[in-house]
Write a protein that binds this ligand. Structure first.
Ligand code: F6P
Length: 355
């Protein structure tokens, strides 16, 4: 028999379409299936610094949020209770306020917490678990770069957004005979660039996992010109490793601008640059993301009922499983440069700027 009566839910790190679907599913399952009380913790673990800001989540509160992007709980990607930054006597200092967080959760009557977040949030959750807090994790990131789960919710929605943007850029690129550089998210891994690039019919895809040179990209463009194709679409992941000649300007301009300007010089073609930015994190989640998020929310509640603390839900094949957070954090899922997806892209003539 579980001794849980009340759970807390918080969202941490960058938002992703589908967060509200997890909050809704976990709240409903906790109330309907187990009869628990649910408390919403605002702005990740920061919300436990001021427990008076936490609020009860009823079924009414989560009604209608399934299609909404963002998170009704708010989030931050700076809140770390083990290194909480504050200003004292005019100086920024970092303090460990984890015991205050744990005490405040207890004051609110919270028996266990679902933390919905990426690698950073799961790491904080795990450290709180090691200090006695009952935590289960739900993985999240539009970048889809967590190795413990096959897919994270938010990725599919981001792919739709980026593919739609590339489709739109295609027509104007062809009309003006231009090179169009599209910068997409993907801080450490190139999943969004690779998959949306393939789906959108990009000609060159530049990702962190495959070193490239501007020279190779320009030669690719020249080859297309020779073949009668006077426009080229280059999709660039924001986390690409820049060639040495561009490295020193990394902080001065966006990656897309740096690469686009270098291509303009090298190819002597007219180049336009689109930085898609946070558009990729917004919008209504796709049905795939809504369903995955719902399954994750329900599974997290079941995990609490089963006493699976220090664990995180994950997608494995067709099943939702639970994995040890300790083993899940810190392991990036990178694109395999020799994998099937990259090979398929190369087979249809997509260039990666490496030959
Ligand atoms: O990790 C998700 C992500 O969207 C990255 O792709 C991107 O680099 C980062 O978050 C942006 O974070 P912020 O919202 O702090 O600018």
């Amino acid at each position: 028999m579980s001794d849980i009566r009340c759970i807390g839910i918080g969202t941490g790190g960058g938002d992703a379409p589908g967060l509200n679907a997890v909050i809704r599913a976990a709240t409903k399952a906790a109330i309907i299936k187990y009869g628990w009380k649910v408390i919403g913790i605002p702005d990740g673990f920061d919300g436990l610094i001021w427990p008076e800001k936490a609020f009860e989540l009823t079924q009414k509160d989560v009604s209608g949020i399934l299609p909404r992007g963002g998170t009704i709980l708010g989030t931050t990607n700076r809140g770390d209770p083990f290194h909480y930054k504050t200003v004292e006597n005019g100086k920024e200092v970092s303090r460990d306020i984890s015991s205050q967080i744990i005490a405040n959760a207890a004051k609110l009557g919270i028996d266990a917490i679902i933390t919905i977040g990426g690698d950073g949030s799961q790491k904080i959750g795990y450290e709180l678990f090691q200090r006695g807090m009952k935590i289960v994790g739900v993985p999240k990131t539009i970048d889809n770069d967590l190795s413990a789960t096959q897919v994270t919710f938010g990725f599919d929605t981001a792919l739709h957004t980026v593919t739609d943007a590339i489709d739109k850029i295609h027509t104007t690129a062809a009309s003006h005979h231009r090179v169009m550089v599209v910068e997409v998210m993907g801080r450490d891994c190139g999943w969004i660039a690779l998959e949306a690039g393939i789906a959108g019919g990009a000609h060159v895809i530049l990702i962190p996992e495959i070193p490239f040179t501007i020279d190779h990209v320009c030669r690719y463009i020249a080859e297309r010109e020779k073949g009668g194709k006077h426009f080229t679409i280059v999709v660039v992941a924001e986390g690409v490793k820049l060639p040495p000649e561009l490295k020193e300007n990394r902080r001065v301009s966006s990656i897309g601008n740096l690469i686009g300007n270098a291509i303009a010089v090298g190819s002597k073609k007219e180049v336009r640059i689109s930085v898609l930015g946070h558009i990729q994190r917004g919008g209504t989640p796709t049905p795939f993301d809504r369903i995955l998020a719902t399954r994750f929310g329900v599974a997290a509640v079941d995990l609490i009922a089963a006493g699976g603390f220090g664990m995180m839900v994950a997608l494995h094949g067709d099943s939702i499983i639970s994995v040890d957070v300790a083993h899940a954090i810190g392991h990036l899922k990178s694109v395999d440069p020799r994998g099937e997806l990259v090979s398929a892209a190369r087979a249809i003539g997509i260039g990666f700027g490496d030959n």
